[in-house]
Design a protein around this ligand. Structure first.
Ligand SMILES: [Zn+2]
Length: 442
Protein backbone atom coordinates (compact mmCIF):
# COMPACT_ATOMS: atom_id res chain seq x y z
CA UNK A 1 0.00 0.00 0.00
CA UNK A 2 1.46 3.35 -0.97
CA UNK A 3 0.99 6.77 0.58
CA UNK A 4 1.18 10.31 -0.75
CA UNK A 5 3.74 11.44 1.81
CA UNK A 6 5.77 10.01 4.68
CA UNK A 7 7.41 12.29 7.26
CA UNK A 8 10.00 10.78 9.61
CA UNK A 9 11.29 12.41 12.80
CA UNK A 10 13.29 11.37 15.85
CA UNK A 11 11.02 13.64 17.90
CA UNK A 12 7.40 13.19 16.89
CA UNK A 13 4.97 14.48 19.50
CA UNK A 14 2.24 11.84 19.54
CA UNK A 15 -0.80 11.72 21.85
CA UNK A 16 1.03 9.23 24.08
CA UNK A 17 4.33 11.09 24.18
CA UNK A 18 7.37 12.14 22.22
CA UNK A 19 9.12 9.34 20.31
CA UNK A 20 10.79 8.56 16.96
CA UNK A 21 8.07 7.93 14.40
CA UNK A 22 7.04 7.93 10.77
CA UNK A 23 3.74 9.55 9.82
CA UNK A 24 2.11 8.48 6.55
CA UNK A 25 -0.42 10.65 4.74
CA UNK A 26 -3.03 9.69 2.19
CA UNK A 27 -5.75 11.96 0.76
CA UNK A 28 -4.91 14.69 3.25
CA UNK A 29 -5.33 12.52 6.32
CA UNK A 30 -2.97 10.69 8.61
CA UNK A 31 -3.23 7.12 7.35
CA UNK A 32 -0.56 5.42 9.48
CA UNK A 33 1.81 6.16 12.35
CA UNK A 34 4.70 3.75 12.63
CA UNK A 35 8.24 3.35 13.91
CA UNK A 36 10.67 5.84 12.48
CA UNK A 37 12.20 3.22 10.16
CA UNK A 38 8.91 1.55 9.22
CA UNK A 39 8.89 0.48 5.55
CA UNK A 40 6.13 2.88 4.50
CA UNK A 41 6.28 3.59 0.76
CA UNK A 42 5.16 7.00 -0.46
CA UNK A 43 5.32 9.28 -3.49
CA UNK A 44 7.24 11.77 -1.35
CA UNK A 45 9.39 11.36 1.75
CA UNK A 46 10.66 13.92 4.21
CA UNK A 47 13.19 13.03 6.90
CA UNK A 48 13.22 15.70 9.59
CA UNK A 49 16.11 14.14 11.48
CA UNK A 50 16.24 15.87 14.86
CA UNK A 51 13.58 18.43 14.04
CA UNK A 52 10.44 17.82 16.05
CA UNK A 53 7.22 16.86 14.28
CA UNK A 54 4.21 18.45 15.95
CA UNK A 55 0.52 18.41 15.15
CA UNK A 56 -0.57 21.72 13.67
CA UNK A 57 -1.61 24.04 16.47
CA UNK A 58 -5.22 25.05 17.00
CA UNK A 59 -5.82 28.68 18.01
CA UNK A 60 -9.40 29.21 19.11
CA UNK A 61 -8.97 32.91 19.93
CA UNK A 62 -8.16 35.03 16.88
CA UNK A 63 -9.66 38.34 15.80
CA UNK A 64 -9.63 38.73 12.03
CA UNK A 65 -11.25 42.05 11.38
CA UNK A 66 -12.39 41.42 7.82
CA UNK A 67 -14.80 42.61 6.56
CA UNK A 68 -15.36 46.06 7.99
CA UNK A 69 -12.02 46.70 9.68
CA UNK A 70 -9.80 44.92 7.19
CA UNK A 71 -7.22 47.66 7.61
CA UNK A 72 -6.66 46.19 11.12
CA UNK A 73 -6.17 42.58 9.93
CA UNK A 74 -7.45 40.39 7.14
CA UNK A 75 -7.91 36.70 6.38
CA UNK A 76 -4.95 36.44 3.99
CA UNK A 77 -2.44 38.15 6.27
CA UNK A 78 -3.64 36.52 9.49
CA UNK A 79 -3.70 33.01 8.08
CA UNK A 80 -0.27 33.41 6.47
CA UNK A 81 1.03 34.46 9.89
CA UNK A 82 -0.74 31.48 11.44
CA UNK A 83 0.94 29.03 9.05
CA UNK A 84 4.35 30.60 9.67
CA UNK A 85 3.71 30.18 13.38
CA UNK A 86 2.68 26.52 13.15
CA UNK A 87 -1.06 27.19 13.57
CA UNK A 88 -3.12 25.20 11.04
CA UNK A 89 -6.59 25.73 12.49
CA UNK A 90 -8.03 28.90 13.91
CA UNK A 91 -11.44 29.91 15.14
CA UNK A 92 -12.26 33.53 14.46
CA UNK A 93 -13.95 35.79 17.00
CA UNK A 94 -17.33 37.36 16.18
CA UNK A 95 -16.31 40.96 16.84
CA UNK A 96 -14.16 43.73 15.51
CA UNK A 97 -15.15 42.77 11.98
CA UNK A 98 -18.34 44.37 10.66
CA UNK A 99 -21.06 43.34 10.87
CA UNK A 100 -20.41 41.43 14.12
CA UNK A 101 -21.35 37.76 13.81
CA UNK A 102 -24.56 37.89 15.86
CA UNK A 103 -26.93 36.50 13.24
CA UNK A 104 -26.80 34.19 10.22
CA UNK A 105 -26.53 36.89 7.52
CA UNK A 106 -23.45 38.29 9.32
CA UNK A 107 -21.93 34.79 9.48
CA UNK A 108 -22.49 34.41 5.75
CA UNK A 109 -20.87 37.80 5.12
CA UNK A 110 -17.86 36.68 7.15
CA UNK A 111 -17.65 33.38 5.29
CA UNK A 112 -17.83 35.14 1.93
CA UNK A 113 -14.91 37.37 2.96
CA UNK A 114 -12.85 34.37 4.06
CA UNK A 115 -13.70 32.06 1.19
CA UNK A 116 -10.72 31.41 -1.05
CA UNK A 117 -8.46 33.68 1.02
CA UNK A 118 -7.32 31.46 3.89
CA UNK A 119 -4.00 29.62 4.15
CA UNK A 120 -5.11 27.49 7.14
CA UNK A 121 -8.49 26.08 8.15
CA UNK A 122 -10.83 28.59 9.76
CA UNK A 123 -13.99 28.25 11.82
CA UNK A 124 -16.18 30.90 13.42
CA UNK A 125 -17.54 31.74 16.84
CA UNK A 126 -20.91 33.47 17.03
CA UNK A 127 -21.75 36.28 19.42
CA UNK A 128 -24.32 36.58 22.21
CA UNK A 129 -25.35 40.21 22.61
CA UNK A 130 -28.43 41.89 24.10
CA UNK A 131 -31.52 40.92 22.12
CA UNK A 132 -30.11 38.19 19.88
CA UNK A 133 -31.28 35.09 21.78
CA UNK A 134 -33.60 34.21 18.85
CA UNK A 135 -30.52 34.09 16.57
CA UNK A 136 -28.58 31.58 18.67
CA UNK A 137 -30.36 28.49 17.33
CA UNK A 138 -30.09 29.46 13.64
CA UNK A 139 -26.43 30.35 14.15
CA UNK A 140 -25.87 26.93 15.70
CA UNK A 141 -27.52 25.26 12.71
CA UNK A 142 -25.40 27.41 10.39
CA UNK A 143 -22.22 26.07 11.96
CA UNK A 144 -20.72 28.37 14.59
CA UNK A 145 -18.59 26.64 17.23
CA UNK A 146 -20.18 28.43 20.18
CA UNK A 147 -21.00 31.90 21.43
CA UNK A 148 -18.85 34.67 22.80
CA UNK A 149 -20.19 37.21 25.27
CA UNK A 150 -18.75 40.05 27.32
CA UNK A 151 -19.53 40.96 30.90
CA UNK A 152 -17.97 44.41 30.37
CA UNK A 153 -17.47 46.86 27.52
CA UNK A 154 -16.00 45.05 24.49
CA UNK A 155 -14.22 48.09 23.07
CA UNK A 156 -16.56 48.34 20.07
CA UNK A 157 -20.10 49.75 20.29
CA UNK A 158 -21.69 47.19 17.97
CA UNK A 159 -20.92 44.31 20.36
CA UNK A 160 -22.39 45.32 23.75
CA UNK A 161 -21.95 43.29 26.92
CA UNK A 162 -24.66 41.19 28.57
CA UNK A 163 -26.05 42.04 32.00
CA UNK A 164 -26.18 39.14 34.49
CA UNK A 165 -29.89 38.70 33.66
CA UNK A 166 -29.17 38.67 29.93
CA UNK A 167 -26.34 36.18 30.50
CA UNK A 168 -28.77 33.91 32.34
CA UNK A 169 -31.23 34.02 29.45
CA UNK A 170 -28.56 33.42 26.79
CA UNK A 171 -26.87 30.65 28.80
CA UNK A 172 -30.21 28.83 29.18
CA UNK A 173 -30.75 28.92 25.43
CA UNK A 174 -27.16 27.83 24.68
CA UNK A 175 -27.53 24.97 27.19
CA UNK A 176 -30.74 23.90 25.42
CA UNK A 177 -28.74 23.83 22.18
CA UNK A 178 -26.01 21.75 23.90
CA UNK A 179 -23.71 24.60 22.94
CA UNK A 180 -20.68 26.31 24.42
CA UNK A 181 -20.46 29.85 25.75
CA UNK A 182 -17.07 31.60 25.88
CA UNK A 183 -16.84 34.60 28.17
CA UNK A 184 -14.72 37.73 28.45
CA UNK A 185 -14.93 37.91 32.24
CA UNK A 186 -14.30 41.25 33.94
CA UNK A 187 -16.85 42.74 36.37
CA UNK A 188 -17.72 46.19 34.98
CA UNK A 189 -18.51 47.53 38.45
CA UNK A 190 -14.84 47.08 39.36
CA UNK A 191 -13.38 48.72 36.24
CA UNK A 192 -12.67 52.43 35.96
CA UNK A 193 -10.99 54.70 33.40
CA UNK A 194 -7.24 54.82 34.14
CA UNK A 195 -6.26 57.90 36.14
CA UNK A 196 -3.28 58.48 33.82
CA UNK A 197 -1.64 57.07 30.71
CA UNK A 198 0.98 55.20 32.76
CA UNK A 199 1.01 51.42 32.80
CA UNK A 200 0.64 51.21 36.58
CA UNK A 201 -2.59 53.21 36.47
CA UNK A 202 -3.93 51.21 33.55
CA UNK A 203 -3.19 47.99 35.49
CA UNK A 204 -4.88 49.38 38.61
CA UNK A 205 -7.95 50.27 36.56
CA UNK A 206 -8.56 46.58 35.70
CA UNK A 207 -7.82 44.73 38.96
CA UNK A 208 -7.62 40.98 39.46
CA UNK A 209 -10.70 41.21 41.67
CA UNK A 210 -12.74 42.29 38.63
CA UNK A 211 -11.82 39.09 36.84
CA UNK A 212 -12.49 36.95 39.89
CA UNK A 213 -15.90 38.52 40.47
CA UNK A 214 -16.93 37.88 36.86
CA UNK A 215 -15.58 34.32 36.89
CA UNK A 216 -17.61 33.64 40.05
CA UNK A 217 -20.72 34.98 38.29
CA UNK A 218 -20.11 32.67 35.33
CA UNK A 219 -19.68 29.72 37.71
CA UNK A 220 -23.03 30.53 39.37
CA UNK A 221 -24.71 30.77 35.98
CA UNK A 222 -23.20 27.44 34.90
CA UNK A 223 -24.67 25.93 38.05
CA UNK A 224 -28.08 27.45 37.37
CA UNK A 225 -28.32 26.75 33.65
CA UNK A 226 -26.12 23.70 33.04
CA UNK A 227 -24.39 25.43 30.12
CA UNK A 228 -20.83 24.49 29.15
CA UNK A 229 -18.71 27.62 29.67
CA UNK A 230 -15.15 28.65 28.93
CA UNK A 231 -13.29 31.62 30.42
CA UNK A 232 -11.34 33.55 27.78
CA UNK A 233 -7.85 35.01 28.22
CA UNK A 234 -7.53 34.40 31.97
CA UNK A 235 -5.04 36.92 33.28
CA UNK A 236 -5.62 36.95 37.06
CA UNK A 237 -4.31 33.89 38.88
CA UNK A 238 -6.81 34.68 41.68
CA UNK A 239 -9.41 33.03 39.46
CA UNK A 240 -7.71 29.64 39.59
CA UNK A 241 -9.08 28.75 43.00
CA UNK A 242 -12.80 29.21 42.20
CA UNK A 243 -12.28 27.53 38.82
CA UNK A 244 -10.54 24.52 40.37
CA UNK A 245 -13.32 24.20 42.95
CA UNK A 246 -16.02 24.43 40.31
CA UNK A 247 -14.31 21.79 38.18
CA UNK A 248 -13.85 19.48 41.18
CA UNK A 249 -17.62 19.73 41.70
CA UNK A 250 -18.06 18.52 38.13
CA UNK A 251 -19.20 21.81 36.62
CA UNK A 252 -18.49 22.05 32.87
CA UNK A 253 -16.22 25.08 32.96
CA UNK A 254 -12.77 25.50 31.44
CA UNK A 255 -10.27 28.30 30.95
CA UNK A 256 -7.54 29.50 28.65
CA UNK A 257 -4.66 31.90 29.00
CA UNK A 258 -2.42 33.61 26.45
CA UNK A 259 1.28 33.73 25.60
CA UNK A 260 1.64 37.33 26.84
CA UNK A 261 0.30 36.51 30.31
CA UNK A 262 2.73 33.58 30.54
CA UNK A 263 5.84 35.21 29.15
CA UNK A 264 5.64 38.93 29.96
CA UNK A 265 5.02 40.77 33.22
CA UNK A 266 4.09 44.29 34.30
CA UNK A 267 7.73 44.87 35.19
CA UNK A 268 8.74 44.32 31.55
CA UNK A 269 6.62 47.19 30.28
CA UNK A 270 8.79 50.18 29.37
CA UNK A 271 6.04 52.73 30.16
CA UNK A 272 4.71 55.13 28.98
CA UNK A 273 5.15 54.57 25.25
CA UNK A 274 5.11 50.76 25.03
CA UNK A 275 1.43 50.42 24.22
CA UNK A 276 2.22 47.25 22.25
CA UNK A 277 1.88 45.65 25.73
CA UNK A 278 -1.68 46.90 26.22
CA UNK A 279 -4.39 44.26 26.35
CA UNK A 280 -7.54 43.64 28.40
CA UNK A 281 -7.38 42.12 30.92
CA UNK A 282 -3.86 43.43 31.48
CA UNK A 283 -0.50 41.72 31.88
CA UNK A 284 0.03 41.51 35.67
CA UNK A 285 3.05 41.05 37.94
CA UNK A 286 5.62 38.26 37.85
CA UNK A 287 4.15 36.36 40.81
CA UNK A 288 0.80 36.26 39.03
CA UNK A 289 2.53 34.99 35.89
CA UNK A 290 4.20 32.19 37.86
CA UNK A 291 0.85 31.19 39.34
CA UNK A 292 -0.66 30.93 35.84
CA UNK A 293 2.03 28.37 34.98
CA UNK A 294 0.96 26.40 38.05
CA UNK A 295 -2.63 26.57 36.79
CA UNK A 296 -1.50 25.10 33.48
CA UNK A 297 0.53 22.36 35.15
CA UNK A 298 -2.47 21.49 37.35
CA UNK A 299 -4.82 21.37 34.36
CA UNK A 300 -7.13 24.15 35.64
CA UNK A 301 -6.13 26.05 32.50
CA UNK A 302 -6.44 23.75 29.50
CA UNK A 303 -5.60 26.00 26.55
CA UNK A 304 -2.99 28.54 25.54
CA UNK A 305 -4.27 30.64 22.63
CA UNK A 306 -3.06 33.96 21.32
CA UNK A 307 -6.05 36.35 21.47
CA UNK A 308 -4.44 37.78 18.33
CA UNK A 309 -6.16 41.17 18.34
CA UNK A 310 -4.48 43.66 16.04
CA UNK A 311 -5.44 47.16 14.96
CA UNK A 312 -3.76 49.85 12.89
CA UNK A 313 -0.48 51.30 14.22
CA UNK A 314 -2.27 54.67 14.55
CA UNK A 315 -4.81 53.23 17.00
CA UNK A 316 -2.02 51.59 18.96
CA UNK A 317 -0.28 54.94 19.51
CA UNK A 318 -0.94 57.26 22.41
CA UNK A 319 -0.67 56.12 26.00
CA UNK A 320 -2.07 53.31 28.13
CA UNK A 321 -5.30 55.23 28.71
CA UNK A 322 -6.07 55.86 25.04
CA UNK A 323 -4.41 53.18 22.86
CA UNK A 324 -6.33 50.15 21.53
CA UNK A 325 -5.98 47.12 23.80
CA UNK A 326 -4.89 44.02 21.94
CA UNK A 327 -1.73 42.05 21.21
CA UNK A 328 -1.04 40.47 17.83
CA UNK A 329 1.00 37.30 18.23
CA UNK A 330 -0.38 34.62 15.92
CA UNK A 331 3.03 34.02 14.36
CA UNK A 332 4.92 34.09 17.66
CA UNK A 333 2.75 32.19 20.14
CA UNK A 334 4.52 28.85 19.81
CA UNK A 335 8.12 30.09 20.18
CA UNK A 336 7.13 32.53 22.94
CA UNK A 337 5.42 29.82 24.99
CA UNK A 338 8.04 27.16 24.24
CA UNK A 339 10.89 29.48 25.25
CA UNK A 340 9.34 30.01 28.68
CA UNK A 341 8.00 26.45 29.03
CA UNK A 342 11.37 24.79 28.50
CA UNK A 343 12.98 27.12 31.06
CA UNK A 344 10.34 25.96 33.53
CA UNK A 345 11.02 22.28 32.81
CA UNK A 346 8.01 21.60 30.61
CA UNK A 347 8.20 19.34 27.56
CA UNK A 348 7.12 19.84 23.97
CA UNK A 349 4.38 17.40 24.84
CA UNK A 350 3.01 19.86 27.40
CA UNK A 351 3.06 22.70 24.88
CA UNK A 352 1.23 20.56 22.32
CA UNK A 353 -1.35 19.66 24.96
CA UNK A 354 -1.97 23.36 25.70
CA UNK A 355 -1.75 24.75 22.16
CA UNK A 356 -3.15 21.94 20.00
CA UNK A 357 -5.05 19.23 21.89
CA UNK A 358 -6.73 21.51 24.43
CA UNK A 359 -8.08 24.11 22.00
CA UNK A 360 -9.09 21.36 19.56
CA UNK A 361 -11.11 19.67 22.31
CA UNK A 362 -12.68 23.01 23.26
CA UNK A 363 -13.92 23.42 19.69
CA UNK A 364 -15.07 19.79 19.47
CA UNK A 365 -12.49 19.03 16.76
CA UNK A 366 -10.50 16.26 18.46
CA UNK A 367 -11.22 13.65 15.78
CA UNK A 368 -9.80 15.91 13.06
CA UNK A 369 -7.37 18.43 14.53
CA UNK A 370 -4.68 18.92 17.14
CA UNK A 371 -3.23 15.38 17.37
CA UNK A 372 -0.98 13.16 15.27
CA UNK A 373 -3.39 10.24 15.12
CA UNK A 374 -4.71 8.00 12.35
CA UNK A 375 -7.84 9.42 10.75
CA UNK A 376 -7.09 13.03 11.61
CA UNK A 377 -6.22 15.74 9.11
CA UNK A 378 -2.52 15.68 8.20
CA UNK A 379 -1.87 19.14 9.66
CA UNK A 380 1.77 18.96 10.71
CA UNK A 381 4.62 21.22 11.74
CA UNK A 382 8.40 20.78 11.56
CA UNK A 383 9.82 22.61 14.57
CA UNK A 384 13.46 23.27 15.53
CA UNK A 385 13.10 23.31 19.33
CA UNK A 386 16.63 24.47 20.11
CA UNK A 387 17.01 27.15 17.47
CA UNK A 388 17.19 30.70 18.82
CA UNK A 389 16.04 33.68 16.81
CA UNK A 390 15.48 37.36 17.42
CA UNK A 391 12.04 38.74 16.69
CA UNK A 392 12.26 41.20 13.82
CA UNK A 393 8.85 42.85 13.35
CA UNK A 394 9.41 43.19 9.59
CA UNK A 395 9.48 39.36 9.37
CA UNK A 396 5.93 39.08 10.69
CA UNK A 397 3.12 38.30 8.27
CA UNK A 398 0.57 40.10 10.48
CA UNK A 399 -0.92 43.05 8.62
CA UNK A 400 0.83 45.39 11.07
CA UNK A 401 4.08 44.26 12.66
CA UNK A 402 3.40 45.91 16.03
CA UNK A 403 4.53 43.52 18.76
CA UNK A 404 5.75 43.56 22.38
CA UNK A 405 8.10 40.71 21.40
CA UNK A 406 10.17 42.97 19.12
CA UNK A 407 13.92 42.40 19.59
CA UNK A 408 13.36 39.56 22.07
CA UNK A 409 15.33 36.37 21.52
CA UNK A 410 13.07 33.33 21.47
CA UNK A 411 13.94 29.67 21.14
CA UNK A 412 12.20 27.35 18.70
CA UNK A 413 11.58 27.99 15.03
CA UNK A 414 8.83 26.67 12.77
CA UNK A 415 10.57 25.25 9.70
CA UNK A 416 7.64 23.92 7.68
CA UNK A 417 3.87 23.62 7.95
CA UNK A 418 1.64 21.09 6.18
CA UNK A 419 -2.10 21.55 5.85
CA UNK A 420 -3.95 18.31 5.09
CA UNK A 421 -0.73 16.78 3.78
CA UNK A 422 0.40 19.64 1.56
CA UNK A 423 3.07 22.14 2.36
CA UNK A 424 1.64 25.62 2.95
CA UNK A 425 3.26 27.47 0.07
CA UNK A 426 1.46 30.70 -0.71
CA UNK A 427 -1.67 29.29 -2.31
CA UNK A 428 -4.67 29.67 0.00
CA UNK A 429 -5.83 26.08 0.52
CA UNK A 430 -7.59 26.45 3.83
CA UNK A 431 -11.22 25.44 4.20
CA UNK A 432 -13.97 26.95 6.30
CA UNK A 433 -14.87 24.65 9.17
CA UNK A 434 -18.11 23.87 10.91
CA UNK A 435 -18.52 21.59 13.93
CA UNK A 436 -19.94 18.61 12.00
CA UNK A 437 -17.31 16.91 9.81
CA UNK A 438 -19.60 16.81 6.77
CA UNK A 439 -20.16 20.55 6.87
CA UNK A 440 -16.69 21.75 5.84
CA UNK A 441 -16.61 23.49 2.50
CA UNK A 442 -14.07 25.34 0.44
ZN1 LIG B 1 -10.13 38.44 22.19
Amino acid sequence: MSYDLVIRSRRAVLPYGERPAAVAVRDGRIAAVGDRDAPLRAAAEVDLGDLALLPGLVDTHVHINEPGRTEWEGFATATRAAARGGVTTLIDMPLNSLPPVVDVPALETKRAAASGAVHVDVGFWGGAVPGNVPSLRPLTSAGVFGFKCFTADSGVPEFPPLSPEQMHEAFREIAALDGLVIVHAEDPSQLAPPSSGEYADFLASRPASAERSAVELVIRLVEQTGVRAHILHLSAADCLEPLAKARSRGLPISAETCPHYLTLSAGDVPSPDATSYKCCPPIRDAANRDALWTGLADGVISCVVTDHSPCTPELKRGDFATAWGGIASLQLGLPAVWTAARERGHSLNDVVRWMAEGPSALAGLTSRKGRIAVGGDADLVAFAPDEPFTVVPADLEHRHPVTPYADRTLTGAVQATWLRGESVNGTPRGVLLSPAPDRSST
